[in-house]
Design a protein around this ligand. Structure first.
Ligand code: CA
Length: 227
């Protein structure tokens, strides 16, 4: 699981980052609002942890900007006790949860586990990319150019849903294993490959130009060659 921590207090950032690494999270850190936003846009994270008061751009502004750009990564806000009314603003700006400083490490881990589980796109919208669209009620895939459609298995549906929700991002095999199967292990990695090939076949079946490209040694990306 990969986290982005945006926190300007050096000692706090270092202590948190060490704690999280001990819990086997991969952690990137940023010390100001602008680099936090840029890093959050450029990479795929399982959860983004935002301090509220940051130089450059505050945590609320970062959250708002990410949501405007349809980046739906769960956001955990860190607020000081004195900024408790900030909590409401925080949730309003698109944050998913908040934690008031100071907090216990266990509390942070619990919130992170809950947010990681929640990080699947919501089912209440129609999802589309390039020449394909997913019907979230019937779990079917259609190609807008050929008007052909096909039912997807649960895993195929979740795979495409996850790719569409994170379009223009490269997803690793590990991220897919965690998101679709719930944990990662060598067995799940093999499943990822198998289900990706099933999903590609369904895309070909409806005549879509959209496909899941493998980028050797990096991961996978949803691409539509000529739209
Ligand atoms: Ca701060």
């Amino acid at each position: 699981m990969k986290l982005l921590l945006v926190e300007d207090e050096k000692r706090m950032a270092q202590a948190l980052s060490e704690l999280l690494k001990q819990e086997h999270y991969e952690v990137d850190t940023c010390a100001d609002g602008f680099s936090g936003l840029e890093t959050a846009e450029r990479n795929l994270y399982d959860v983004i942890i935002l301090d509220v008061m940051l130089p450059g751009m505050n945590g609320f502004e970062i959250a708002k900007s990410l949501r405007r750009k349809k980046i739906r990564t769960p956001i955990l806000m860190l607020t000081a006790k004195s900024e408790l009314e900030d909590t409401v603003t925080g949730l309003d700006s698109g944050a998913d949860d908040y934690l008031t400083k100071p907090f216990m490490a266990e509390e942070l881990f619990a919130r992170l586990r809950a947010l990681c589980r929640r990080n699947l796109p919501s089912d209440d919208e129609s999802l589309s990319f390039g020449d394909i669209s997913l019907d979230t009620h019937t779990a079917s895939l259609s190609c807008t150019a050929t008007a052909k459609s096909v039912r997807l298995s649960e895993k195929e549906y979740r795979i495409l849903n996850y790719f569409i929700a994170n379009q223009k991002q490269i997803l690793t095999r590990e991220q897919l294993a965690v998101k679709i199967w719930g944990f990662d292990s060598d067995a799940e990695y093999n499943n990822v490959e198998v289900y990706l090939s099933f999903t590609r076949r369904k895309l070909a079946f409806v005549g879509a130009k959209t496909t899941i490209k493998a980028l050797r040694g990096i991961g996978y990306e949803l691409r539509c060659e000529d739209v």
